[in-house]
Design a binder for this molecule. Structure first.
Ligand code: B4P
Length: 191
């Protein structure tokens, strides 16, 4: 089974992807995690994307499609969870092409629906908790960058909702519920 987790920043895509990995034999492909890892290891690409990410903007399609292409080559017995990818129509087309080259397709697109004000609260809260625990705070986890991330989401990513709805793949889930209740709704949508 190959599924996409779609939703605004802080909707819980990463949180739910990890729960799915723990429950099913699936591989999580988070473009956000891949880009942060490239930054930490100081690769040329990591240096190139750092300022873009910190400001809350989307990294180029070319870079993220390249990252996904590399990971798909490793295969996944239980299927892939695409977490935070695709985020543009170009990325969605590329994913369709890559899966079809592998003789595979998408099984479902889970849209996590969460109000903007709750997103701001979650992200600010994550930054405060990390600070209190003496852990590193994500440079884009502040209200200013989040407002930019939300604009990018509505302009560039939300058209994917119509794209996948038209294909009959979209399943919308209430992302405002508790983490366990959201996981239960996803399990129901995938049954
Ligand atoms: P991502 O790493 O994908 O991060 P995100 O969208 O901000 O977060 P996510 O939805 O996964 O929320 P999470 O579970 O962490 O992207 C970061 C940046 O990378 C982008 O801005 C962009 O620059 C770049 N990028 C990534 N992919 C790209 C692509 N395809 N194309 C171009 N650029 C790309 O949850 C957030 C918080 O909420 C956590 O603290 C969590 O504990 C809490 N939470 C989650 N679910 C909850 C619930 N049900 N109730 C209460 N709290 C909850």
């Amino acid at each position: 089974m190959n599924i996409i987790l779609l939703g605004p920043p802080g909707a819980g895509k990463g949180t739910q992807a990890q729960k799915l990995v723990a429950e099913r034999n699936m591989v999580q492909l988070s473009t956000g995690d891949m880009l942060r890892a490239a930054r930490t290891s100081g690769t040329e690409m990591g240096k190139k994307v750092a300022a873009v990410m910190d400001a809350g903007n989307l990294v180029t399609d070319e870079i993220v499609i390249g990252l996904i292409r590399e990971q798909l080559e490793n295969g996944a017995e239980g299927g892939f969870i695409f977490d935070g990818f695709p985020r543009t129509l170009t990325q969605a087309d590329a994913l369709d092409a890559l899966l079809s080259e592998m003789g595979q397709s998408l099984d479902a697109v889970i849209e996590l629906r969460v109000d903007d004000e709750v997103l701001v609260h979650r992200i600010v809260n994550r930054a405060e908790e990390a600070r209190a625990a003496g852990e590193p705070v994500r440079a884009d986890d502040n209200e200013e960058a989040l407002r930019v991330r939300l604009v990018a989401y509505y302009k560039q990513t939300s058209p994917l909702i119509g794209y996948y709805y038209a294909k009959g793949d979209l399943k919308s889930v209430d992302g405002l519920a508790s983490m366990d209740d959201v996981a239960a709704s996803i399990a129901k949508a995938l049954a």
